[in-house]
Design a protein around this ligand. Structure first.
Ligand code: BGC
Length: 758
């Protein structure tokens, strides 16, 4: 009777247009399929093992093959190439009882074989079209090679650069992070998931993974709901609003319960409050890790995870192996198993896999669309937009294409490292070094001399820890002195010195936390020696995180932060060094003066004892040994052009209710070169029922200005931009006085005031 009633309701909703026709079709299809499924087969859908590597043609002899045939696998990851994916899919389609196709996931994080800058770098472009485009190209390549699901975007707000995974996210700001989350989801999923060149996105790591205590990976997080809602949750919510197909639960705990089994987080907030209707997957062994967290044995933690709302178990097999017993014992419900299974089947349906399980397995596409010349061309131009010019004294840059350049440093000839961390699909044998990239771009116009000058670090054991996954730094076993003297020889013969220094690709990323954020000492010694030659020195800085660069900022005339720019980075670096592209990146993360200031972020609260005026003041909130200022603030980045800001013009300074305020400013390029500038809007709510940040980013526009050109940039501000979560976690705005700030970075802004009443 209940079922008849439900079908009646579905038909009714369909007729009054509340449920779209395709959803009714999907529901009916899955209803029919699930009727045929045994409990074991349902649990199989919740299981996501790693495929591990195997030789093409040998899928059937792998460990997972038997499970696939028995209907005990919902999807696979860690598998690359159409040939291998096809073999695995064939096992499911030809040999399993119900022929349910598999999902094929991968960490397509910043590109596939064509690698884009690491996400932190991409975020510094502040260009949403470009970011969406990078995700679109990544989806195109991945889908051409058999993948239908990516574990991206990673949108964890991070304020602690000791944490290696800052490299994988979009920096410290919720608003910017939210815009990027939307752009990435749109880029991957397009408007139709069933197209063979769109893939399902998975936003991660839900939630708060970036707030790991002491910046140590996988560590505890603990924060107030107030901070969570106002600062950390926004980008995940933005991804959900953009229609992301799946969400990955994070490793960390929240309020004492790991995210993987946190019912409030997964069900109450994500599924019910935010209305997320895709599926939730655990992170790698996230379920079984709850044993070490101290929540019980595998059966207990698996039951907790399932009942909290987790739908798919990556690697642990806790759900697969224990749920039948838990059902008998009454710790889980069949309704929850059914719901989770339905979510996975819906994802497969939406991807069009039931219609054609081999939809993403077109060998011709793989041959022509992966690492294509066009994609690489776009990656080169995108990479150049991610670089941030941190210093450029006396216009040291751009360089002219003549004379002799000494290219020095451990990153100069380290091609496997150009792509940065999490470039799992990259074909490292196709990568090129900065040395070769520069040579190709300048041809025989410039004489380029090369010497390594120093290893990544003097400590060989450290270097080994920092160079896994075949990303060698080609350690040179000569003494530090011998390496240095070779570098000095070529430096003395050159007109300009380019020092390619910093971190190796895997010094950031997962499980790559650091307590010291300096450029390794041996590299700094090299830099000091090079500066002593008195020749112009350009530091090309490779890094996956903010580093502490006080000394470098004091002493080196030019610093270009290139992050890890991807497979085409060497060409893009050449484009920027020689001025073919004017740098326009702006930091999405604060660079502190030292590690002791961490966490340091621009949108902090004021405290009852703010520093009024200059440092140091007794009994004010500051340090004895260093000011509160960052080295480089959020939003900072130079250009070869100079931009001047006029004063803010307001359409009105007394507003009421839902009116719109227009705040405009004229930006002029008073230099001789064209350039791009990111005009940033910040707002401060002067008085609130709870304390409010000293400023919050609320808008930005990236504009192009020709030499001598001026443009008026306008922002429309509505009460929506003034909303925040109050003490009761109600999302609303409060009337009163607001500061409107517009500028070139979060520190250097023009200010105007408005009153806004209800
Ligand atoms: C990482 C995730 C990643 C997963 C699958 C985990 O270790 O935390 O970000 O998606 O592995 O590779």
């Amino acid at each position: 009777m209940k079922k008849i009633l439900l079908s009646f309701v579905a038909v009714f909703l369909f007729f009054i247009n509340i449920i779209p026709a395709q959803d009714v079709k999907m529901k009916n299809f899955i209803d029919q399929l699930m009727k045929k499924m045994t409990l074991e087969e349902k649990l199989g859908q919740l299981n996501l093992p790693s495929a591990n590597d195997f030789v093409t043609g040998a899928a059937a002899s792998t460990d997972v093959a038997k499970k696939i045939i028995a209907g005990k696998v919902g999807g696979l990851f860690n598998i690359k190439s159409v040939a291998k994916i096809k073999e695995m899919q064939k096992l499911a389609i030809d040999q399993s009882r119900l022929k349910i196709p598999l999902l094929f996931g991968m960490d397509v994080i910043h590109g596939y074989e064509t690698v884009f800058p690491i996400p932190l770098g991409l975020s510094c472009s502040w260009d949403m079209n470009l970011i969406e485009r990078s995700a679109r190209i990544a989806a195109n390549e991945a889908s051409a090679d058999g993948i239908n699901w990516t574990f991206s975007p990673m949108v964890d707000i991070a304020r602690d650069p000791r944490w290696g995974r800052v490299s994988e996210g979009n920096g410290e700001d919720p608003y910017l992070g939210g815009q990027i989350a939307k752009a990435m989801v749109k880029g991957y999923q397009g408007i139709d998931l069933s197209k063979n060149n769109t893939i399902m996105s998975c936003v991660k790591h839900y939630a708060l993974y970036g707030a790991a205590e002491a910046g140590r990976d996988y560590n505890t997080t603990d924060m107030s709901r107030h901070r969570m809602f106002n600062e950390y949750l926004y980008p995940y919510k933005a991804a959900v609003e953009a229609g992301v197909g799946s969400v990955m639960a994070s490793f960390n705990e929240i309020d004492g319960v790991p995210a993987t089994a946190n019912k409030w987080l997964l069900t109450d907030l994500l599924k019910k409050q935010w209305g997320f209707n895709g599926f939730i997957v655990s992170d790698y062994t996230g379920v079984s890790e709850m044993i070490a967290h101290g929540l019980g044995d595998i059966q207990t933690v698996a039951a907790k995870a399932l009942m909290a709302g987790l739908d798919m178990d990556m690697v642990s097999e806790g759900l697969l192996n224990n749920t039948a017993k838990s059902l008998k014992e009454g710790t889980v419900t069949l309704a929850r198993v059914d719901e989770a299974c339905r979510k996975i089947l819906e994802a497969k349906y939406k991807l069009g896999l039931f219609e054609d399980p081999f939809r993403y397995c077109d060998e011709n596409r793989a041959k022509t669309e992966v690492f294509s010349d066009n994609n690489r061309k776009e990656a080169r131009s995108i990479a150049a937009q991610s670089f941030v010019l941190l210093k450029n004294q006396n216009n040291t840059l751009p360089l002219t294409k003549n004379g002799t350049i000494a290219l020095v440093g451990p990153l100069a000839d380290a091609k496997e490292n150009m792509g940065g961390t999490w470039s799992v699909a990259a074909n490292l044998s196709k990568s090129i070094s900065l040395l070769n990239g520069l040579k190709e771009v300048v041809g025989n116009k410039v004489n380029i001399l090369y010497a390594k000058g120093a290893n990544l670090d003097v400590d060989a054991a450290f270097e080994e820890r920092a160079t896994p996954f075949g990303k060698s730094m080609h350690r040179d076993n000569r003494t530090e002195e011998a390496l240095l003297s070779e570098a000095m020889d070529i430096a003395n013969k050159s007109d300009v010195i380019v020092a390619a220094l910093g971190e190796s690709a895997e010094m950031s990323g997962e499980s790559s936390s650091r307590t010291n954020l300096n450029i390794p000492a041996t590299q700094k010694n090299l830099l000091m020696a090079l500066l002593k030659t008195g020749k112009p020195v350009v530091l090309v800085l490779f890094t996956g995180r903010p580093l502490t660069l006080n000394w470098e900022n004091e002493n080196v005339p030019a610093i270009l932060n290139v992050w890890f720019g991807g497979s085409e980075a060497p060409y893009a670096i050449a484009d920027v060094l020689f001025g073919d592209v004017n740098p326009s990146g702006k930091l999405s993360t604060t660079f502190p003066q030292n590690v002791g200031q961490i966490p340091l972020f621009y949108n902090h609260k004021n405290t009852g004892r703010p520093l009024n005026g200059s440092w140091f003041q007794k009994f004010q909130s500051n340090y004895l040994d260093v000011s509160n200022e960052p080295l480089y603030p959020f939003g900072f980045g130079l250009s070869y052009a100079n931009f001047n800001y006029g004063d803010i013009e307001l359409s009105n300074s007394l507003l009421k209710g839902n009116q719109t305020l227009t705040a405009s400013i004229t930006v002029s390029n008073n230099s001789k070169v064209a350039g791009k500038e990111v005009v940033q809007l910040y707002i401060r709510d002067i008085v609130g029922s709870t304390t409010r940040p000293v400023k919050e980013l609320k808008g930005f526009q990236k504009i192009s200005l020709n030499a001598g050109e001026s443009k008026k940039v306008s922002f429309s501000i509505t009460p929506e931009d003034l909303k925040f979560y109050n003490y009761e976690l109600k999302y609303d705005w409060e009337p009163g006085e607001f500061q409107i700030m517009i500028g070139t970075n979060s520190r250097d802004v023009k200010i105007a005031k408005v009153n806004w009443n209800k």
